[in-house]
Write a protein that binds this ligand. Structure first.
Ligand SMILES: [Zn+2]
Length: 409
């Protein structure tokens, strides 16, 4: 599998180098068919004869990936395609379902030129097989199986909720409940630092250096897994129990790069902000939003992003807007009418009412909309079924459209 992934990377990089050369000479880019012909030549040439040991479809798929990368670049969805590095997202895909056999009962899968492989199942594979991707991460190989099937139109459950994302609290709901921060980084920070120090003391490329390197990578992988697990459990529970979720339309990517400013205009509060930025990235707000974006429609619900201005300064009772309303980080007391609440809850309530405004602007009846599409749902102030056990050991529902399992080869 490592060899196959390497060959795929080689083909991708070779084709990319070729396209770059042509561009510099002012020539037109080669199309998919032309590149595939070249691929056949490479497989037949004595210099790169080892490419012939690798199945053709995954290699062709890499050329498709490259064409897609260029397309994304030209439509301004991504930067210029870059050369792939060894050990970074090593993967290859079998695009032809005809050549794949899946034997779920025995936890094994047949792949061209690899034969039957046993895998550990993470969930049942439903529907017709479309393609299979093999990838490598943290010393393990994974198989992702994409399938196609018809699903029933889901009826949303529950009502509407506003969510305020924060650092001290990962998320605060307009109902008053909140989720503790993840802080996966802080929790593992000491262990990671020690491992990194030990790693830096080793003689480069020695056996001990290799072992220490593996240890550091393992801690990184643990942290990433803990974070992913937390985010998936949280977003699943919230999307299950609400027909409508409102969040602030924060540009997390911008927030996390703007702290230092530029040489012409240095940023303010760089240290405080970069600390905040580290927390933001560590919390995975952006990933959380991405998950809600696809999980809400799965259950017939809807995610609404609202403008974030003054959500923590506006009184939900009388509408007075003032920075003085927020006495401390946590405490909100309205200088106009005396309304008191936790500042994050106030933020979440304002976010919810802005989401309602979005619905009214669309000409929808909010009495009905407060329960999403359900006419007989609960009122806007909303029941919260995903309570304190949200973070706990609730069994995780299937979360991605592809099945995922580790291969024992
Ligand atoms: Zn007020």
């Amino acid at each position: 599998m490592r060899r196959f992934a390497g060959a795929c990377r080689f083909v991708y990089n070779k084709a990319l180098a070729l396209q770059k050369e042509r561009y510099e000479r002012g020539e037109k880019k080669l199309g998919y068919v032309r590149l595939c012909k070249l691929l056949t030549e490479w497989r037949n040439s004595a210099e790169t004869a080892w490419l012939a040991d690798v199945p053709i479809h995954p290699l062709q798929q890499k050329i498709k990936d490259l064409q897609r990368a260029y397309k994304n670049f030209f439509t301004k969805r991504a930067g210029l395609p870059r050369f792939k590095k060894k050990g970074r997202s090593d993967s290859f895909r079998y695009p032809d379902p005809e050549q794949i056999k899946l034997d779920q009962g025995n936890n094994r899968i047949f792949l061209p030129k690899l034969g039957w492989l046993r895998y550990r199942n993470s969930r049942k594979v439903l529907g017709d097989l479309r393609n299979v991707t093999i990838s490598h991460a943290c010393g393990k190989w994974f198989v992702s199986i994409q399938t196609k099937r018809e699903v029933e139109q889901a009826i949303p459950q529950g009502g509407a909720v506003g969510i305020d994302m924060g650092v001290a609290r990962f998320a605060t709901l307009s109902s008053g409940e909140h989720l503790a921060p993840l802080d996966s980084f802080k929790r593992h920070e000491t262990r990671l630092r020690k491992a990194q120090q030990a790693f830096s003391r080793k003689v480069k490329f020695s056996n001990n250096w290799r072992k220490a390197k593996a240890r550091v990578q393992k801690i990184h992988a643990r942290m990433a897994n803990a974070r992913r697990d937390f985010l998936h459990k949280t977003s699943t529970a919230i999307s299950k129990n609400h027909a409508m979720v409102c969040i602030e339309d924060l540009q997390v990517r911008n927030m996390s790069k703007s702290a230092a400013g530029t040489t012409g205009t240095p940023g303010k509060n760089v240290r405080a902000k970069s600390g905040l930025n580290k927390s933001i990235l560590d919390q995975g707000w952006f990933e959380f939003r991405r998950q809600l974006e696809y999980k809400m429609p799965w259950r017939g619900g809807r995610l609404i992003a609202v403008p974030p201005q003054n959500t923590s300064r506006t009184c939900p009772s009388c509408g007075h807007v003032s920075a003085d309303n927020r006495q401390t980080q946590a405490r909100f007391v309205c200088v106009g009418c005396g309304y008191e609440n936790h500042a994050d809850v106030v933020g979440a309530i304002n976010i919810l009412s802005r989401g309602m405004q979005v619905l009214r602007d669309e000409g929808r009846d909010t009495a009905d909309a407060s329960a999403g599409i359900q006419a007989d749902g609960p009122p806007a102030s909303v029941q919260m079924a995903c309570g304190s056990n949200l973070v706990g050991g609730r069994k995780q529902e299937p979360t991605e459209t592809t099945a995922h399992g580790a291969i024992h080869a």
